[in-house]
Write a protein of this length. Structure first.
Length: 384
């Protein structure tokens, strides 16, 4: 490695990973509530182990939701159609419902008798946003490629090109970067790790070749691959028992996977299962738009932003912008640009980003950022 280069690693998990199964169930329940009642207040947690799903949390909604059906439909869509063969069975799983209504103490502090502009933050906490010019999506290359690997695995499984693959998978990508006055420039992919649940009718060597040639090399652009790139395909040697049969799962346990793969900052709370009055989610989305707008305007090459809130208080308590020395402006000057271009009150964020729409199931796998279908991925034209 050259003197001014460094290695950085991010990981991702596939749709069938137990934690991701829980994220998708929680967000599917949120969407089902929002379809009938856009003002639903949802904090839905899910836990899975073996063939059991437990729903916990607080939901206040006018929607009539068949929670068991949502759980089973979500598991079926992922591909969980057999407990012994896959690790979870959408048709026979037990669903234990421990959901209750939102505390009235929280309701009166946050939203009761308040206009959109007056809506208070749903809890205290800090949130982060990040963007970098290293990819077209303004995402770190490490997490971008890690997500694409899991998506490719799912596509090959569903198209029956990989009939031996199960829903549970993980990926990890290490990239060698060059530090260019604070900006991070990808030089090459150093190491790729892929692990995927599989049936017993394929040999380890066959799997290694298929994963290397049809997944890793298909996803990773040729300019980032060389004869020193390390491919660790199915390094455990065997991954027959997957899903909740192999490991317990829980909503919100993949916060770094959901965000920026270890780059920038990660907020104090998870995203999935929460309606947008919870600033853990809505403010994180807004800060992604802020960060991306600064990069798109070429004010910075990469940037991290942090804000904080108190429960029931609309306005942010703090704002910090870190440009890593990639801007001609000071961090304080950038903070003033953010303040003059973005209203970060929760109710305004919800309105501007259309966060009462039932779009959250689509966010719950392959990352919440870097995907053009989401409103927060559209940079604003800044007034300078």
């Amino acid at each position: 490695m050259a003197e001014n280069t460094f290695l950085f690693t991010s990981e991702s998990v596939g749709e069938g990973h137990p934690d991701k199964l829980c994220d998708q169930i929680s967000d599917a329940i949120l969407d089902e509530c929002l379809r009938s009642d856009p003002d639903s207040k949802v904090a839905c947690e899910c836990a899975v182990k073996d063939n059991v799903a437990i729903l916990m949390g607080e939901i206040t909604t006018k929607a009539k939701v068949d929670y068991t059906k949502v759980v089973r439909d979500t598991a079926e869509k992922i591909g969980y159609d057999g407990y012994l063969s896959k690790g979870f069975d959408s048709k026979s799983c037990t669903v234990l419902n421990l959901l209750a209504e939102q505390s009235p103490d929280i309701a009166q502090a946050v939203h009761v008798n308040k206009s959109a502009e007056e809506l208070g933050a749903g809890d205290q906490g800090f949130m982060c946003g990040y963007a970098s010019d290293e990819t077209e999506e303004m995402m770190p290359l490490t997490i971008h490629l890690a997500h694409k690997i899991n998506k490719k695995l799912a596509d090959l499984r569903r198209s029956n090109i990989f009939p031996w693959a199960g829903p549970d998978s993980k990926s990890q990508v290490t990239v060698e970067y060059r530090n260019e006055n604070g900006a991070c420039v990808p030089v090459r992919v150093h190491t790729v790790v892929i692990s995927v649940q599989h049936s017993d009718n394929i040999s380890l060597e066959e799997m290694k070749v298929a994963l290397r040639e049809q997944v890793a090399k298909d996803v990773i652009p040729e300019k980032y691959r060389d004869d020193k790139t390390v491919y660790l395909m199915q390094p455990s040697g065997k991954f027959l028992i997957g899903g909740p049969r192999g490991d317990a799962g829980l909503t919100g346990r993949k916060t770094v996977v959901d965000a920026y793969g270890g780059w920038g900052g990660s907020g104090g709370g998870a995203f999935s299962g929460k309606d947008s009055s919870k600033v853990d989610r809505s403010a994180s989305y807004a800060l992604r738009q802020v960060a991306k707008s600064l990069v798109a305007a070429k004010l910075v090459r990469r940037v991290s932003i942090q804000v904080s809130y108190a429960i029931g208080v609309p306005n942010t308590l703090s704002l910090h912008v870190e440009s890593y020395g990639t801007s001609s402006k000071t961090n304080k000057e950038l903070e003033e640009i953010v303040k003059s271009n973005f209203d970060l009150r929760p109710g305004v964020i919800i309105r501007d980003l259309k966060l009462k729409d039932p779009i959250f199931s689509n966010t719950s796998c392959y990352g919440h950022f870097g995907r053009p279908e989401f409103t927060w991925e559209k940079p604003k034209i800044l007034k300078l």
